[in-house]
Design a protein around this ligand. Structure first.
Ligand code: AMP
Length: 573
């Protein structure tokens, strides 16, 4: 490795050491910086902080907040009010979170300067990885990255997901050459708004360079599982294009088309190889057969994504899975200092320079980053340079240990999420409302007595399965339950509908009708496992295999949504 690369990596590791040795000092400094930068904001002045920059004043004057508390202020910024409301620095755009409020993505304010902080966190990932896997500068990464549609607020600010903003920024597009971060996907493919053209191009490029590929990834495990499924459905066309070297008419995006014209070349040998491997009935280990030099999968498999581990293991023959970072639209948090560890062991170390972090304990106490206790669970609360103050992110984390004085956190779960197959997060109230809306279509003779659900992710893309037990003499008329499926989808939040309608990352919702008495059997089963009869409630989501088997054994008929629900990038402001 060239000397300057060694030095660059060593500097990054040195930075991590400094940050993790001085957690509390850095946190104090970060809070002071944020508060002095924002001392004149309407928000901080409104609580009478009076320019103070110390923790005690901050904690005594500024309350903990949820999105709904600050939503009216966000709305004013969205409408074009440029006065310093939350942030003294101009809000440059809104980052749209996959968490929703009243069915729409939450809008997180962002300032230009924030990108250098986020970039700094990205720059630490490969130096950490290089400690465990050598030679990653000698090949490429096959990463499936996508952008999503963006929209403008009434006041003219862009609103888009954080990664869309990043991929479209010069930081990404004109990044300097770094041998550790060479991707097979050209920028034109990542930046193509049409997901299916983008996927097709990224897969083609990954196939052409299959021997150079040293790691394969996507942001979340759901994305990688979808890419494998895409190969399964499209290998014949991909092999044909590779055989002839001609540019597929699929590429209607002009810049992607030009780019692919430069890349495509006839390679009959490769086409034969792909055909031989893909036409086999068994797809076990397909990833390592096609990309024999891949050393690991770089995807998040923690939190809700853990459900994809068996699928990824099957297709990759158990390649190690690396979860490198923990981040959100609100703030980037930290990284996994042991990226090659088993998914069940993943801990993220929050970098104290990214924002000011507090931890809400079960007892309602807010604890400093340096003071959390091993084994305890906390909800993450952030104060950001962009103007969020003591904001509840909704993630529940458990402290696993310390690196120097920096705690490591296991991602336990996201609060209130019942169902998730991709970045969608459906809570119990949303599911209930959707069931109520849909069951209204059944007519007077029939109604839903009980329901539960589960996220089916063994097939890609994953989809929601809703079990319904009906009451009534009459079976629903032909097509009625299908209409209920669609009505449920229409009633779900914008992230779900976008995944279904625009990204293809969520499959059609399925209602399985179960025979009468099934939910009583479900209760009997729970009681036999020790549940108390007085406290028994029908679970609105089931995850354990025996319960799913019990339900599936009683299915009378199964129905799918016949079309995608409505979704448009425009939103209600
Ligand atoms: P978003 O709100 O769309 O910006 O997504 C951020 C959320 O995704 C976080 O608050 C977490 O709930 C989840 N998330 C991000 N990184 C990870 C990770 N490494 N493991 C598990 N969940 C994650």
């Amino acid at each position: 490795m060239a000397a300057d690369l060694t030095a660059k990596n060593a500097n990054a590791l040195q930075f991590i050491e400094e940050m993790t040795r001085n957690v509390d000092v850095v946190q104090q400094r970060v809070l002071a910086e944020i508060l002095s930068q924002n001392s004149e904001t309407e928000y901080l002045k409104g609580f009478g902080l009076g320019g103070a920059t110390d923790r005690e004043a901050y904690k005594s004057k500024i309350p903990m907040t949820k999105y709904e508390d600050i939503q009216p202020l966000i709305q004013r910024i969205a409408n074009g009010d440029r006065s310093p409301i939350l942030s003294a620095r101009p809000i440059s755009e809104f980052l749209t979170s996959s968490g929703t409020s009243a069915g729409e993505r939450k809008l997180m304010p962002s300032i230009k300067e924030e990108w250098s902080r986020r970039q700094l966190l990205y720059s630490l990932l490969m130096p950490v990885m290089d400690q465990y896997v050598k030679g990653l500068d000698k090949g490429k990464g096959l990463y499936f990255y996508f952008i999503k549609a963006e929209t403008k607020t009434p006041g003219g600010l862009l609103a888009r997901p954080v990664l869309t903003s990043y991929y479209k920024s010069d930081l990404f597009k004109t990044r300097p050459y770094d041998p550790f971060n060479v991707y097979t996907s050209p920028n034109e493919a990542i930046l193509c708004e049409d997901n299916s053209q983008s996927m097709y191009a990224q897969m083609l490029c990954g196939l052409y360079e299959r021997r150079q590929v040293l790691r394969i990834g996507a942001v979340f495990a759901s994305g990688l599982s979808r890419a494998i499924r895409f190969l399964q459905l499209n290998w014949k066309t991909l092999a044909r294009d590779i055989r002839t070297g001609s540019v597929s008419p699929k590429f209607t995006d002009p810049s992607l088309r030009d780019c692919m014209a430069r890349i495509m070349r006839p390679d009959p040998e490769l086409a034969d190889f792909i055909t031989r491997e893909c036409e086999k009935d068994v797809w076990e280990g397909i990833v390592t057969r096609i990309w024999p030099n891949a050393k690991y999968l770089d995807v998040i498999v923690t939190g809700a994504m853990a459900q994809y581990i068996p699928t990824l293991d099957y297709y990759s023959g158990g390649l190690p899975k690396s979860c490198s970072m923990y981040a959100s639209s609100e703030c980037y948090f930290g990284l996994n200092l042991k990226p090659m560890c088993d998914p069940s062991e993943v801990s993220y170390t929050i970098m104290p320079n990214m924002g000011y972090f507090e931890f809400l304990s079960g007892g309602g106490e807010l604890v400093e980053l340096a003071d959390v206790e091993v084994g305890e669970e906390y909800e993450l609360v952030v104060t950001t340079y962009s103007g969020l103050c003591r904001y509840r992110v909704g993630d529940i984390l458990r402290v696993t240990g310390f690196h120097n004085s920096a705690p490591g956190f296991r991602f336990v779960r996201r609060k209130n999420v019942l169902l998730s197959v991709d970045s969608d997060k459906t809570d119990e109230a949303e599911l209930q409302a959707a069931v109520e809306k849909a069951s209204g279509l059944l007519g007077k003779a029939t109604s839903v007595v009980e329901y539960t659900s589960y996220a089916e992710t063994k097939t890609a893309p994953g989809h929601y399965v809703i079990y319904w037990e009906l009451m009534g003499e009459l079976a629903p008329e032909e097509g009625a339950v299908e209409r209920c499926c669609l009505a449920m989808e229409e009633a779900l939040n914008a992230v779900y509908r976008q995944g279904r309608a625009a990204d293809g990352s969520i499959g059609a919702l399925e209602i399985r009708l179960v025979r009468s008495g099934t939910f009583e059997e479900l209760m009997d089963y729970a009681l036999s496992k020790g549940a108390s009869i007085n406290q028994y409630k029908v679970p609105r989501c089931v995850t354990s295999a025996p319960i799913i088997e019990l339900l599936d054994a009683r299915v009378v008929s199964s129905h799918f949504s016949p079309s995608a629900p409505r979704w448009s990038p425009e939103r209600r402001f």
